[in-house]
Every structure is written in structure tokens, then in C-alpha cells.
Design a protein around this ligand. Structure first.
Ligand code: AMP
Ligand code: ZN
Length: 211
């Protein structure tokens, strides 16, 4: 990619300053000079985009972009760090896209359901198609499509899901007899709602291996 090529040249000019290199001259002046240049280039972008010449806007944006890359090199960063950040944000946004999620609609009370437990982070409801005398779904209020979307930030939340399940199992009298907690991930496991949930199943002997 062209960004890799340009970044390679910037690094090279920093490593081996040459008298007729623009990047060498700028970087030897120090970070303040680079920052000043970025300010100027940003102003040029603004001026250009107030005008009608699209080519001029492209030209000024390329200048700004280039100088941002010079600053990245100064900061010990590269465009791949910035691209990764953008990618993470985009993925996070996708994760937050809860429109059409049946469980998010139940959580927001737009869709009625047999809610039997609710706290700040967790909700539990009777499964609409029970597979055992006790079949409760314990779900986080946060929309996470599959268990593969869990991160360290969710460690506490996962603990809370299990604790809520234990509480319900105890209240419903299956704790001592035994119960099963299941989370299905993706199609072969039979996941049908893409908002993670713990199935709490109890009230009858469970078979193993599961079907
Ligand atoms: P899974 O197949 O592991 O994704 O589990 C989804 C579960 O959600 C199934 O057991 C469904 O019966 C249950 N389910 C789907 N819609 C609802 C709903 N509106 N209320 C309660 N349970 C539901
Ligand atoms: Zn959801």
C-alpha cells in the first residue's frame, strides 16, 4: 500500500538525514515544527474546502495526511496503529448496532417477555420454548452478539451472569438436584439469537453428551 511506502521513506529520511530531503529538514527542527506544519496544513484544507476546486481539496488533504505521518514517525507510531484504531471503532459500532435484536427489545421493554429477574447489568426471562421444566435465559443487558465478542472488559459481567443463574436455580429449587448452564455459539451449536445468553435448564435429569 502507498501508505507503507511513504512511511518507509519517512523512517529512512529520519534515520539517514540527507541535506536535500524535506522530511529530514523538518524532523531535525523537532516536534514543534512538525506540529506547526500540521496546523498550517489543516488550515489549508479548510480554505480549500471552502472553495469549489475539488482537486485543490485533494491536494491539501494529501499534504495534511503526509504531515500526520511525519508526526506518527516522531511519536513512534505508524499508520497501521491508526488504521487499527479505526477498525476497532467500526467493529465496536457494529457491535452496538442493536436494532432488530429481540433481546435488546426485551431489555428496553419494547417487547413483552416473562422477565423473572433484573438488576443493573443482567436480566433473566422464561424461555418461550422451554426444553425442561425450568428453562430460563440469563442475558447481559449489554449487546454482545456471541461469546466470541467477549473481552477483558466483560469479565465481571460474565461473573454476574453466572451468579444470577445460581440465584434463580436456588430459588427454583434445582440447585441441589442439579441444573445445566449452556451458552450456544454460532450456527453448529444452534445459536439462534445473536445476543449472548446463558440457558439455565433444570427440573429433569439431563443427558450427556448433549444432542
Ligand atoms: P439459542 O438458540 O441458544 O440462541 O437460544 C435462543 C433461545 O431464545 C431459544 O431457546 C428460544 O426459545 C428463546 N427465545 C427466542 N425468542 C424469545 C422470546 N421472545 N422470549 C423468550 N425466549 C425467546
Ligand atoms: Zn441485543
Amino acid at each position: 500500500m502507498i501508505l507503507d511506502d511513504i512511511y518507509g521513506v519517512i523512517l529512512e529520511r529520519r534515520r539517514n538525514p540527507s541535506p536535500d530531503s524535506y522530511v529530514s529538514a523538518l524532523t531535525t527542527k523537532g516536534k514543534d515544527a512538525i506540529l506547526k506544519k500540521i496546523g498550517e496544513e489543516a488550515a489549508e484544507v479548510i480554505i480549500a474546502s471552502k472553495g469549489l476546486d475539488k482537486q485543490q481539496v485533494i491536494h491539501e488533504m494529501a499534504d495534511l495526511w503526509f504531515h500526520c505521518m511525519v508526526l506518527m514517525a516522531e511519536e513512534g507510531l505508524s499508520h497501521s496503529d491508526i488504521l487499527k484504531e479505526l477498525e476497532d471503532r467500526f467493529n465496536k459500532k457494529k457491535e452496538q448496532d442493536t436494532s432488530g435484536c429481540i433481546f435488546c427489545n426485551i431489555i428496553s421493554k419494547e417487547t413483552p417477555a416473562g422477565i423473572i429477574y433484573e438488576d443493573e447489568n443482567v436480566m433473566a426471562l422464561e424461555d418461550i420454548n422451554p426444553q425442561a421444566p425450568l428453562h430460563v435465559l440469563v442475558i447481559p443487558k449489554k449487546h454482545i452478539p456471541t461469546s466470541l465478542g467477549l473481552t477483558n472488559r466483560d469479565n465481571e459481567l460474565i461473573g454476574q451472569l453466572f451468579q444470577a443463574a445460581n440465584k434463580i436455580a436456588t430459588e427454583r429449587g434445582v440447585a441441589e438436584r442439579g441444573f445445566r448452564l449452556v451458552m450456544n455459539t454460532n450456527p453448529e451449536a444452534g445459536q439462534s439469537v445473536y445476543h449472548i445468553h446463558l440457558h439455565l435448564l433444570g427440573g429433569r435429569p439431563m443427558h450427556w453428551p448433549p444432542g
